[in-house]
Design a protein around this ligand. Structure first.
Ligand code: TXA
Ligand code: MG
Length: 346
């Protein structure tokens, strides 16, 4: 039986967190809120605890986990070769939504790092996450708390729907702040390389450290736009509905999507549209979900919108595309993956 409690992050019930910290010490799995998305955590230094994470998520065990710490001693314990550039990034963005790759120390089992010699480390800012790590007394390995392949959970309802019964404990802490996962950056070389765009933007990093490279594997595969993009090892962020990213001028976009809605309806398929609030009036005859008014809203609401489309039994989702600046880069990365890189140009 999963032990579920709500914990108010503005008025933390330390005794309740102690219960969950005890579970972590015992090698059990606990879902907890972070400022990015909910995490599915276990003791990062305990091989069998880490294995429990993979089975709860249904995740392939060669996909490495992020290790969460609450202070710099935690980093020294598990990582070696912490460069000046790494310290600069840490000083500016930790605690917060960025994960750094380091050489691992031998106390970190390969079960946690997916067999790699490196370890991904993040210090979250969410007060419940921090207190859980502190009281556990160990670093906590935690991937996003979704079933492997599905959108990441950013609301407590997402957790209750999917994970009750799959883990030992669940801490509910309301909606996540950022709503997309952390930026993952490899800082071991001369020039830092972004492996996953996320909560801290590339522009923010460039302002701080100068040149930053983007992992070429992030670029969308150009020619063969097939449902399952080649080179993408795992399916990601995919609701049951089939997602398409639609780009083009506003008017052309609405006309194209409205036309597709009619065609889908004739084929007995239910259509959903994910757009910005101001564009709601342009669409007809479909389920419409707004992402809000700003890019930050869109980041915060994207996964919830994808999950909601499944609840509404939508078959085909059209999502407006975003300019890839600032947080837009992370939004488009998640959207394109959820769409299997299917793009429609209006
Ligand atoms: O915001 C987040 O990062 C959330 C919260 C819970 O902290 N966690 C998260 O974990 O998104 P996950 O497992 O869903 O994504 C971890 C990403 C994966 O793309 C994984 O391949 C990469 O980080 N990663 C982990 N360790 C790595 C390593 N040693 N080298 C390269 N990539 C690594
Ligand atoms: Mg994930």
């Amino acid at each position: 039986n999963t032990i579920i409690k709500e914990i108010d992050s503005t008025n933390i019930d330390v005794e309740a967190i102690e219960l969950y910290a005890g579970m972590i010490k015992d090698g059990k799995t606990v879902i907890f809120p972070t400022e990015t998305v909910y995490g599915l955590g276990a003791n990062a230094l305990d091989e069998s605890a880490a294995m429990n994470i993979y089975s709860a998520k249904g995740r392939p065990s060669d996909n490495p986990l992020i290790v969460h710490i609450c202070d710099m001693n935690g980093l020294e314990e598990i990582a070696s070769g912490i460069s000046d550039k790494a310290r600069l990034i840490i000083d500016n963005f930790w605690p917060g939504p960025i994960t750094l790759i380091f050489s691992k120390k031998s106390c970190v089992p390969y079960a946690t790092t997916g067999g790699l010699e490196t370890v991904a480390v993040r210090m979250p800012s969410h007060p419940v996450a921090r207190e859980l790590i502190r009281l556990s007394g160990v670093p906590i390995a935690a991937p996003s708390a979704n079933i492997s392949g599905k959108p990441s959970p950013t609301r407590q309802e997402h957790i209750i729907c999917d994970m009750d019964g799959r883990v030992d404990g669940i801490i509910l802490g309301g909606a996540c702040d950022v709503g997309l996962e952390s930026t993952v950056i490899d800082i071991r070389g001369e020039v830092p390389v972004v492996l996953r765009p996320g909560g801290i933007t590339t522009e923010q990093l460039e302002d701080l450290v100068g040149r930053v490279d983007i992992d070429p594997a992030l670029e969308m595969p150009d020619e063969n736009i097939t449902p399952m993009s080649p080179g993408m090892k795992y399916k990601h962020y995919s609701p049951d509905a089939q997602v398409y990213v639609v780009s083009g001028e506003k008017d052309a976009l609405a006309e194209k999507i409205n036309g597709l809605c009619i065609k889908n309806r004739d084929e007995g398929l239910k259509t959903g549209v994910i757009c910005m609030k101001e564009d709601i009036p342009a669409y007809r005859g479909c389920e419409i979900l707004s992402l809000g008014i700003s890019m930050e809203d869109a980041a915060n609401n994207l996964f919830d919108a994808l999950i909601e489309m499944d609840k509404r039994k939508v078959d085909i989702v059209y999502a407006q595309s975003f300019e890839e600046t600032g947080i837009g880069k992370a939004i488009m990365n998640r959207l394109l993956k959820s769409a299997g890189y299917r793009i429609i140009n209006a």
